[in-house]
Write a protein that binds this ligand. Structure first.
Ligand code: THU
Length: 130
């Protein structure tokens, strides 16, 4: 699957975003080592703190289906800036895939790619619980 294909999957999920409060739809598509892809959109709530980001919804969908071996994640938004994952999502992704490749897109379709490990300095990981 090309980067573009994965970004298209994220954009398709973004069309289902429930974001009446921020009016900031986000889509995510996470690819697993076996090639399977799981998607998510942000799901907001009138109790704003209950909001779920698109990335965590995608991770939840994947884990629920028995997949945790993530290799690449595409994130789309309609913004003029690239959509980077929030700190909570970085932490959740770090649990499963410290070297995850991230494709962060903006509204005009351009995107930048990052390695998750390079987006977090001194992360708390399961090794820190040993
Ligand atoms: N949001 C995401 O879904 N993913 C991100 O990477 C950034 C933020 C959502 C949360 C909320 O619904 C809206 O975008 C505005 O913060």
């Amino acid at each position: 699957m090309t980067d573009r294909n994965l970004l298209e999957r994220a954009a398709a999920a973004m069309s289902n975003s429930y974001s009446p409060y921020s009016r900031f739809p986000v889509g995510a598509a996470i690819e697993c080592s076996d090639g399977s892809v799981f998607t998510g959109c942000n799901v907001e709530n009138c109790a704003l703190g209950c909001t779920m980001c698109a990335e965590r919804v995608a991770v939840g969908n994947a884990v629920s289906a028995g997949h945790t071996d993530f290799v690449r994640l595409a994130i789309t938004a309609e913004s003029s800036n690239y959509c980077f994952p929030c700190g909570t999502c970085r932490q959740v992704l770090m649990e499963f895939a410290p070297d995850l490749e991230l494709l962060c897109a903006r509204g005009d379709g351009r995107y930048v790619s990052y390695n998750l490990r390079n987006m977090m300095s001194s992360p708390f990981t399961k090794e820190h619980m040993e």
